[in-house]
Design a protein around this ligand. Structure first.
Ligand SMILES: O=C(O)CCC(=O)C(=O)O
Ligand SMILES: [Fe+2]
Length: 321
């Protein structure tokens, strides 16, 4: 699906765009859910054999099973399911998941057509990408300070969480609800037109980084409920975050990024790949097993050296006081 001029001007002027019915739910999203059922099975078996949970919760469907396992073990483990690596502390056996069904979402032709309409024909899959299972807050384990583990995502700009080498690029964020994401489920919220107002200061806050409310137009935020199959496009400078999950079910999303081939990804230690190219069609990666091995190679080399620094924010700024 190519975007029309109205859609492109909405993205250009507002800094975001929701496009409905892009991703085929039965051929792309259902297989993703199936694949993650096997990952969850492995997770349950590992925790059970380590004595971290009392039950395998085999008879519960995905959302309840993951929630029950998190409750029983007392901690969330997003890294087990993620198709990226953490920013620090990578070990040779840091868990991650790069299965074919995930690769099929990243390279889904309908999605790449949408992305091409925005950034041009030469499309690179940027390695800053995540799966997010946000558990219902009422069941989510708590941190030592009493806050919910994996609760609402704090306000940020994606440009603020990557290195300076991505500052002048056309990196585009694509947020994909695997299941419907309403306000109750903890959908995204964002500030329209904030991408025209530059990069804000981000402050180190509770183990993550966030833009303080005082420095941007937080009062102008809108929430963006979305249906399964839709995608949300965002400019790299659009201020956004997500709401707490007040529902009974996990909020399941993927967030992906793409940039034109040849531009810097902002996390050069991680592997991206050419996803679509009119100029060099032979350079496009089609084999999910190669993608998986690229990440395993990156993990091996990162485990053997000092952590790269992806964070430009020191907390010295007066707005962080
Ligand atoms: O899904 C979320 O809670 C946050 C997602 C996000 O920040 C992003 O997609 O860039
Ligand atoms: Fe983000």
């Amino acid at each position: 699906m190519k975007l029309d001029n109205n859609q492109l001007s909405h993205l250009e002027n507002e800094g975001y765009l929701v496009v409905e019915d892009v991703i085929n739910t039965s051929t792309v999203l259902d297989p993703l859910v199936k694949e993650y059922e096997t990952v969850l099975d492995n997770f349950a078996n590992e925790l059970f054999s380590n004595g971290e949970i009392k039950d395998l919760y085999e008879n519960s469907e995905f959302s309840d099973r993951l929630t029950q396992i998190y409750m029983d073990s007392g901690r969330v483990n997003p890294q087990y399911f993620d198709f990226s690596l953490p920013q620090s502390g990578i070990k040779h056996d840091t868990p991650m998941w790069h299965g074919p069904a995930v690769f099929n979402v990243l390279t889904c032709p309908e999605l790449l057509d949408v992305v091409e309409s925005v950034i041009g024909t030469e499309v690179y899959s940027n390695p800053v990408q995540h799966v997010r299972f946000k558990p219902p807050e009422k069941y989510s384990p708590l941190n030592k300070n009493g806050t919910v583990q994996l609760g609402a995502t704090r306000w940020h700009q994606d440009n603020g969480v990557v290195n300076e080498d991505a500052d002048e690029t056309d990196m585009l964020t694509v947020w994909i609800p695997v299941w419907d994401a309403s306000e109750l489920d903890g959908c995204l919220h964002l500030v329209p037109r904030s991408h025209k107002e530059g990069l804000n200061v981000h402050c180190p806050t509770d183990g993550t980084i966030a833009i303080p409310d005082e420095v941007f137009r937080v009062q102008d935020a809108i929430s963006v409920p979305m249906k399964r199959g839709s995608v949300l496009l965002m400019h790299r400078l659009t201020c956004h975050g997500s709401l707490p999950n007040k529902s009974e079910r996990i909020r399941w999303s993927l967030d992906l990024r793409y940039n034109p081939i040849g531009q810097s990804s902002g996390r050069l230690a991680f592997p991206g790949f050419n996803a679509k190219s009119a100029l060099k069609p032979d350079s496009v990666l089609q084999n999910p097993a190669i993608w998986d091995s690229m990440w395993k190679d990156a993990r091996k080399s990162l485990a053997a050296k000092e952590d790269p620094n992806y964070n430009r924010w020191s907390g010295d700024h007066p707005a962080c006081a």
